[in-house]
Design a binder for this molecule. Structure first.
Ligand code: DX5
Ligand code: ZN
Length: 218
């Protein structure tokens, strides 16, 4: 299976000092940095766009893992690629032309991800598995940090893992990931763990301990 990666979500970081927070997460042992892009339409919350991604890009060399919770996504994919995203993940529910969105991301030289809301069946991505580098199984309803992990998603991860077979695809989970939930979801097949509130708590001095606790539980 693919290497484990911990991807702190800066949604729970201090937005007034975002560059310093990204640096602190990287220094604390983050493998990737997870960026949550929300449009107030696809999800009931608004975060930030390409100018903010660009502004924090110089703060680290870590992979920028960009989770687009926006619809439509296609008109903005090139802007996020130019801003410095390395992985661009679009939601399967965000539009009628998922395959085109994934092709657009790869044509820009970026890794393509597809995300599934909790109620969307694993089968929704069955016919795009050769077009993705990452599958993101949402373990909460997207929009906010600090929500409770949905246990039924463990079985979905198991299904996605089986569908992927030998393809070199990462399985990422996002929402409610903490030391108490990491073990079961990794056992089911996830290898990239997004965590917001479980990492950005207790002040910057605690981030390394918070990340290590998730890694040890995985
Ligand atoms: C939710 C976002 C997540 C969020 C996770 O819509 O996609 O990345 O930051 O937050 P926690 O880890 O606090 O559930
Ligand atoms: Zn996310």
């Amino acid at each position: 299976s693919r290497p484990l990666a911990i991807a702190p979500s800066i949604l729970s970081a201090d937005f007034s000092r975002l560059g310093a927070e990204v640096e602190a997460a990287a220094a604390a042992g983050a493998d990737w940095i997870h960026l949550d892009i929300m449009d107030g339409h696809f999800v009931p919350n608004i975060t930030f766009g390409p100018p903010v991604v660009k502004a924090i890009r110089p703060s680290t060399d870590k992979v920028f893992d960009c989770h687009l919770m926006i619809a439509p996504a296609d008109p903005y994919i090139a802007d996020f690629a130019e801003a410095g995203c390395d992985i661009i993940t679009v939601h399967a529910e965000a539009g009628p032309h998922l395959h085109r969105s994934l092709q657009t991301i790869r044509k820009l030289g970026k890794k393509a991800g597809v995300a599934l809301n909790p109620a969307t069946p694993a089968s929704a991505i069955q016919h795009v598995l050769d077009d993705v580098d990452l599958v993101l199984v949402m373990t909460v309803n997207p929009g906010f940090g600090g929500q409770a992990f949905i246990p039924a998603m463990v079985e979905k991860v198991r299904l996605v893992r089986a569908m992927i077979g030998e393809r070199p695809i990462d399985i990422e989970v996002d929402g409610g990931i903490a030391p108490d939930t990491a073990g079961a979801i990794v056992e089911a097949g996830a290898n990239v763990l997004v965590a917001g509130s479980a990492v950005f708590r207790g002040g910057a001095a605690a981030y390394a301990r918070n990340i290590a606790a998730i890694r040890e539980a995985a």
